[in-house]
Ligand binder design. Structure first.
Ligand code: NAI
Ligand code: MG
Length: 493
């Protein structure tokens, strides 16, 4: 990032600011991306009956990476038929045998971790340090964790027997493509279900690469099927009569339409939808640590995170101190090529998402909030947006209410813990929250009163396969991860 040195620079910034130039440090592992991906049905790569393909581009530079098959209703039907045919023998396999497949899948993914990280970053735009250190290892961890459950299902609900549901349809979003695939596939397979999964249209590549891992692991044909395409393909997955359960992660709007489509059927449903999380900082919090948590909370994965800490609630007495620390920290964030190992904020996933972020940021300016963006030069090609702070935000403004899903933080203030809870809960969402304070009793009180599925204390964005994740209110229902997530894929008899 070129330095702008015309202003007087505080001594601290001279030492730690953005004045030091970094040499480019691109990750060089080959992503092995094919020029064209077919559907993955019944263990084979299959051309779509529609004969249609669409492009997956890299938001990093807008270059076309691959052509992806467009699955029609007939293709989705073929995938469900394969999954239904595979169900009897897969579900009758002993848990220990199913566990072996899951362990094998986890290890094969670890073996190819660098390759998958580069492919994920190219296709989706997230910084390589995140796909390398978070997405891919966490995806492998979910398979390891559920491999461990496969032969211990009787311990998940003592006195009851866990029976698989049958064929499950799963639809995943573009913000954590491989990780969401792992969150969905691993518990479904551990319980003995078979699967039809649809990745998001802008990020299908790691899913299709993952099919080759399933082949190498020797997974029986039809146990997992991948159909690629956009909303229409997703609707076909939802509406197929063979589906016993639908698991969806994505926007609240689509989640509601799925809920309507399934009303009156006996299909089970879990929804993991949007969020507008409050990250609450009290005046006794360790401020530097909190600033790191705030930055991670909103700028991780360009803010394309359903549990992003997108509303900062800061106690009034420390608001200006936090603000100036945040501004200083923002000036040292490196925005740009996601393939560079030093990049903190990579590319926005798609042009459509970039336009949505721009529109919401403009609404914040129009509605009177103060906007701060550090000086930074964005790459000429590709989809990029600078880290953005809005101060003087009131709860009625769109930037305080709507999910922006971008690197944009709205800052509000509060005086008392009661006011913090009131403001934090004043949202249709309830996925996550953060609390920063030195006082343990306050953490306990806040986490009881906050209507959020996950509450982090003195940290943010911490994930573990053993820990259930999911929402309240319009953030959805059902849990993923942990024993609770496992039980969503089984019937208790
Ligand atoms: P989306 O909800 O349209 O996409 C998520 C998945 O649903 C994709 O695989 C998509 O193909 C599929 N889909 C779309 N329409 C469908 C339908 N009618 N039936 C079944 N499946 C369907 O999300 P979109 O439009 O890409 O993003 C819009 C906003 O949604 C974002 O700005 C963000 O606020 C929110 N979002 C939240 C996510 C989360 O993790 N909670 C993930 C992605 C988006
Ligand atoms: Mg793409």
């Amino acid at each position: 990032m070129p330095a702008k040195t015309s202003k007087r620079i505080p001594a601290r910034e001279l030492l730690f600011g953005n004045l030091w130039e970094f040499d480019p440090a691109p990750e060089t592992a080959a992503p092995h991306i094919d020029s064209r991906y077919q559907l993955f049905i019944n263990g084979k790569f299959t051309a779509p009956k529609s004969k249609k393909y669409f492009d997956s581009i890299s938001p990093r530079n807008e270059e076309k990476l691959a052509e992806i098959a467009l699955a029609s209703d007939a293709d989705v039907h073929a995938a469900y038929s394969a999954a239904a045919a595979a169900f009897p023998s897969w579900s009758k396999l002993s848990g220990a045998e199913r566990g072996k497949y899951l362990y094998r899948i986890a290890r094969l993914l670890q073996d190819r971790a660098r390759e998958f990280a580069v492919a994920e970053t190219l296709d989706g735009g997230k910084p390589i340090k995140e796909s390398r250190d978070f997405d891919v290892p966490m995806a492998a961890a979910h398979f390891f964790y559920h491999a461990g459950w496969a032969d211990k299902l009787s311990y998940a609900a003592p006195g009851r027997t866990l029976a698989p549901l049958g064929v499950v349809g799963q639809i995943i979003p573009w913000n954590f493509p491989l990780l969401m695939l792992a969150w969905k596939l691993a518990p479904a397979l551990a319980c003995g279900n078979t699967v039809v999964l649809k990745p998001a249209e802008s990020t299908s590549i790691t899913c299709m690469k993952f099919a080759s891992i399933l082949i190498d692991a020797g997974l029986p044909p039809g146990v997992v099927n991948f159909v690629t395409g956009a909303g229409e393909t997703g609707a076909a997955v939802v509406n197929h009569p063979l589906a016993k359960k639908i698991a969806f992660t994505g926007s609240t709007g689509v989640g509601k339409s799925i809920q309507r489509a399934l009303a009156g059927t006996d299909k089970r449903l879990t929804l993991e939808l949007g969020g507008k999380a409050a990250n609450i900082v009290f005046d006794d919090a360790p401020l530097d640590q909190a600033v790191e948590g705030i930055v991670n909370g909103i700028f991780f994965n360009q803010g394309h995170v359903c549990c992003a800490g997108s509303r900062l609630l800061v106690q009034e007495s420390i608001a200006s101190a936090v603000m100036s620390k945040l501004k200083m920290r923002l000036r040292s964030l490196r925005v740009g090529d996601p393939l560079d190992k030093n990049t903190d904020i990579g590319a926005i996933n798609s042009k459509r998402q970039l336009e949505k972020i721009r529109e919401l940021v403009q609404s914040g300016v129009d509605e009177g909030a103060q906007c701060y963006q550090p000086d930074c030069t964005l790459p000429a090609k590709g989809f990029y947006f600078p880290p953005t702070l809005f101060s003087g935000v009131s709860l009625s403004q769109r930037i305080a209410r709507e999910e922006i899903f971008g690197p944009v933080l709205s800052i509000l203030t509060f005086r008392t813990p009661e006011e913090a809870v009131e403001k934090a809960n004043n949202t249709p969402y309830g996925l996550s929250a953060g609390v920063w304070t030195d006082k343990g009793s306050r953490i306990l009180q806040m986490s009881t009163e906050l209507k959020a599925g996950v509450v982090w204390a003195n940290t943010y964005n911490k994930f573990d396969p053993t820990s259930p994740f999911g929402g309240f209110k319009e953030s959805g229902f059902g849990r993923e991860g942990g024993k609770q997530g496992l039980l969503e894929y089984a019937e208790l008899i």
